[in-house]
Design a protein around this ligand. Structure first.
Ligand SMILES: *Cc1c(COP(=O)(O)O)cnc(C)c1O
Length: 383
C-alpha cells in the first residue's frame, strides 16, 4: 500500500484526499510534480529577475526541445490557445494588440472542425475571434475547409481531443490552409507523452503548437508550452504578460512556474516512456485481474494506440463494464460510491465502451491496490 507524503495543509483545511484514476484533470489538481521540479521553483523564488530576460531564455529551451523557431512558457494550454488566436489576429501591430478582444475590422475568423469543439474552443473566442465551424457527423470534406477560408480568416485551428473521428487529419489541414497562406494553430494539450510529439506537429508544418505543462509533462499545473514560427511567437508575446496591454495579461506566468516547467521539460525528454507505459499497464492489469470472476462484470485492458492521434490512446486504461446478467448497482452508482469514500476515488467514464475506465497516468504506486479492493467490495456486496 502507498505511504503518502505531505497533506498536512489539506488536513488543516479539512480537504479530502483524492485517488486520481481519472487522468490529468484540472478539477482534480492535474498531476504531481517531481521533487526536482518543486526544488527548482523554490530555488527560483529567492531572486528578482527581468521577466523579459527569463521568458526569452526559457523560450530558447522550448525552441530547442520542440524544433520550433521560438517558444514561450504559458499559463497552460488554454492560455496558449488564447495567445495563438490573438497572435494570428494582431500580428506584431501594437495598435491591434491594444484593441483586442474587440476584433472588429481585423482578420478575426478561426476555422475549426465541429469534432474539435471539446469544450476548450472558447479560449480562441476569449481573444475576440469568431469561430467558423466545418465538419459533420463522421466526416469532413476537403472542400468544406477550403470553402470556409476567406478574407477574414486569421487561422485554422486543430484541437487534439479524446476523439477525432471525422475530422480531416492534421497533415491535410496544413496542406489546404498553407495553400491559402493561412496559419494552422494546434492545441495538443494532452498529447505528451509520447515525447516525440514535442517535435512532430512542428515538423509537419504547424505554425503554432500549444501543450499543457501540468499534464503528462508533470510541470506546474498552471503552466504550458507554446512554440512555433518566430513572427507569430513574437506576436503572441506582445499579447502576453508581463506586457500589460494584451488579452493574455490575465494568464500571467510567474518566475517560479517558469523554473518548474523548464525543469519538468528537461526531465520529461530524458524519461524512458517504455518503462512508464509498462508500469501503467501493470497497474491496469492488477485491477483487471482482481475483478475477474464477478458474475455480470467484465474487466479488460484497452491498450495504447501509438498510431491513433487521440488523447485517449496515449496510455492504456482498464475498462470495467457490466453485461445484461449484472444484478448489482448501476455503474453510475458505483462511481458515486467510489467518490464518497475517504480517500475519494475518482475514475474516468469509459466513453465509447460504456462503464468505468481506470486511467493510470496519475496513479501513485499502490493506488491500484486501493482501487481494486474498493471496487471488489462494492461489486461483490449483496451479490
Ligand atoms: C487539458 C486540455 C486543455 C487545457 O489545458 P490546460 O493546460 O489545462 O490549460 C485544452 N485542450 C485540450 C484538448 C485538453 O485536453
Amino acid at each position: 500500500m502507498t505511504t503518502y507524503q505531505g497533506g498536512e495543509f489539506y488536513k488543516r483545511l479539512g480537504v479530502t484526499r483524492v485517488v486520481n484514476a481519472a487522468s490529468w484533470l484540472t478539477k482534480l489538481g492535474g498531476s504531481i510534480m517531481q521533487p526536482a521540479v518543486v526544488d527548482a521553483m523554490n530555488d527560483a523564488s529567492h531572486w528578482f529577475v527581468d521577466m523579459h530576460d527569463l521568458n526569452r531564455k526559457a523560450g530558447d529551451v522550448i525552441a530547442k526541445f520542440t524544433g520550433a523557431e521560438a517558444g514561450l512558457v504559458t499559463a497552460g494550454s488554454a492560455a496558449g490557445m488564447l495567445l495563438e488566436a490573438a497572435a494570428c489576429m494582431t500580428g506584431t501591430d501594437p495598435a491591434k494588440v491594444d484593441r483586442l478582444p474587440d476584433a472588429t475590422g481585423l482578420k478575426n475568423e478561426i476555422v475549426i472542425h465541429r469534432q474539435h469543439l471539446v469544450s476548450y474552443a472558447h479560449n480562441f473566442r476569449a481573444a475576440g475571434a469568431r469561430l467558423v465551424e466545418i465538419g459533420g457527423a463522421g466526416s469532413t470534406r476537403e472542400w468544406e475547409l477550403d470553402d470556409a477560408i476567406g478574407d477574414d480568416t486569421a487561422a485554422v485551428a486543430f484541437v487534439f481531443g479524446p476523439r477525432q473521428a471525422g475530422a480531416l487529419p492534421l497533415a491535410q489541414v496544413i496542406e489546404i490552409a498553407h495553400k491559402r497562406d493561412v496559419p494552422v494553430i494546434v492545441d495538443a494539450a494532452a498529447m505528451l507523452p509520447p515525447p516525440e510529439n514535442l517535435t512532430r506537429f512542428i515538423d509537419m508544418g504547424a505554425d503554432m503548437v500549444s501543450f499543457s505543462g501540468g499534464k503528462g509533462v508533470l510541470g506546474p499545473q498552471s503552466s504550458g508550452i507554446l512554440c512555433g514560427r518566430a513572427d507569430l511567437m513574437e506576436a503572441a508575446y506582445m499579447n502576453a504578460a508581463p506586457n500589460s496591454e494584451g488579452v493574455g495579461r490575465a494568464a500571467k506566468v510567474c518566475k517560479e512556474e517558469i523554473a518548474g516547467l523548464i525543469t519538468a521539460l528537461e526531465i520529461f525528454v530524458d524519461t524512458d516512456f517504455t518503462a512508464v507505459q509498462a508500469a501503467w499497464h501493470d497497474q491496469c492489469d492488477y485491477v483487471v485481474s482482481e475483478l475477474q470472476g464477478i458474475p455480470g462484470i467484465r474487466a479488460s485492458i484497452a491498450g495504447t494506440e501509438p498510431d491513433i492521434d487521440e488523447s485517449n490512446f496515449t496510455h492504456p486504461r482498464a475498462i470495467i463494464r457490466s453485461d445484461k446478467s449484472w444484478k448489482g448497482p448501476s455503474l453510475k452508482r458505483v462511481v458515486e460510491m467510489l467518490e464518497d469514500g475517504d480517500p475519494s476515488i475518482r475514475v474516468g467514464s469509459a466513453g465509447e465502451y460504456g462503464g468505468i475506465s481506470i486511467i493510470p497516468v496519475d496513479l501513485q504506486p499502490g493506488d491500484e491496490e486501493l482501487i481494486a479492493q474498493r471496487l471488489k467490495e462494492i461489486l461483490t456486496s449483496g451479490n
